[in-house]
Design a binder for this molecule. Sequence first.
Ligand SMILES: NC(=O)c1ccc[n+]([C@@H]2O[C@H](COP(=O)([O-])OP(=O)(O)OC[C@H]3O[C@@H](n4cnc5c(N)ncnc54)[C@H](OP(=O)(O)O)[C@@H]3O)[C@@H](O)[C@H]2O)c1
Length: 326
Amino acid sequence: MALAVKIPGGLSAESEAELRKRLPGEVELDLSPEPSTDCEILVAGRPDAEQLDASARLHTLIIPWAGLPPSTRELLLERPHLAVHNLHHNAAPAAELALSLLLAAAKGVVPLDRDLRRGDWTGRYESYPSLLLEGRRALILGYGAIGRRLARSCAALGMEVDAVRRRPGQVDEAGPARVHGPEALRELLPGAAALLLSLPHTEKTESVIGEAELALLPPDAVLVNISRGPVLCEKALYEALSAGSLGGAGLDVWWRYPTSEEDRNHTAPSAYAYQDLDKVVLSPHRGGAYGQKETERRRMAALAATLRAAAAGEPLPHPVDPAEGY
Ligand SMILES: NC(=O)c1ccc[n+]([C@@H]2O[C@H](COP(=O)([O-])OP(=O)(O)OC[C@H]3O[C@@H](n4cnc5c(N)ncnc54)[C@H](OP(=O)(O)O)[C@@H]3O)[C@@H](O)[C@H]2O)c1
């Protein structure tokens, strides 16, 4: 039997070809913007109520990235009959960027580069703070598609690795990390030279790292956030870095974003002056980006895998629970 799939946002010709070549014949794609009255699967990140209610046969929403926007969550909480799934096609580039930020922050790469561009070699002769990671411990908060990649990278650097996830003890845990539940966090922080945040932003993870947690880290520790800004307390992190009680930070995600195209070249990412701190490496939320074409190719491959599972009546990957917000 055919499986009717609606993608109201449409696709570029290239993405459509990428998707179609991976789909079995029984998947029927509808790429028109009009709401469909007979689709079973809707592919959209921010659908409106009309799109969700147009078809009595609709049973699944696929959000074509990792996350659940608040507006979509609200609509889904009112429609508990709909299953929701994410795509995690950009975990590899996000993990690679997190690793770049970790190394850059640990080694002072950005300020030393800036100095040498001015002919200033002082960093070579005066001991510039530089964290040696080998033999130290990494703590990864969120042990999913990104976190597991980070664990392998940190282990390859010679680090011991701990990870925290919601439900430790799952079958996907094979790897170098010792895996713990959220209750172990405070006990683990004092041993962590690198704290890497790769968990979703939900009510439970909002400000999961605040003043008390930062105070437990060793003073030379480096923190990396590849997740979402609000999992970290903006003020507490700024104060810890300014006071010298934290070694450094690499931040890809923030608390403030441009709200229009005109704002894109003059929006500070925080209410605090992170840009004035040498110890911070700033990155404009581009963890998932690795070239538009390749991103879309991988997104289509992940979408096709999910639709193939649906067509075969198999469980779909990456379920999202709107009540949990993740
Ligand atoms: N910077 C970027 O451009 C970029 C790109 C991609 C993703 N992201 C962000 O990164 C997040 C993680 O991505 P992913 O692909 O690795 O997701 P994922 O595979 O779903 O992994 C998320 C991990 O977080 C854990 N987790 C959830 N709630 C938790 C809690 N309350 N306490 C401790 N751990 C918790 C999960 O534990 P269980 O497995 O036990 O449930 C899971 O191990 C995404 O949600 C997104 O916000 C950012």
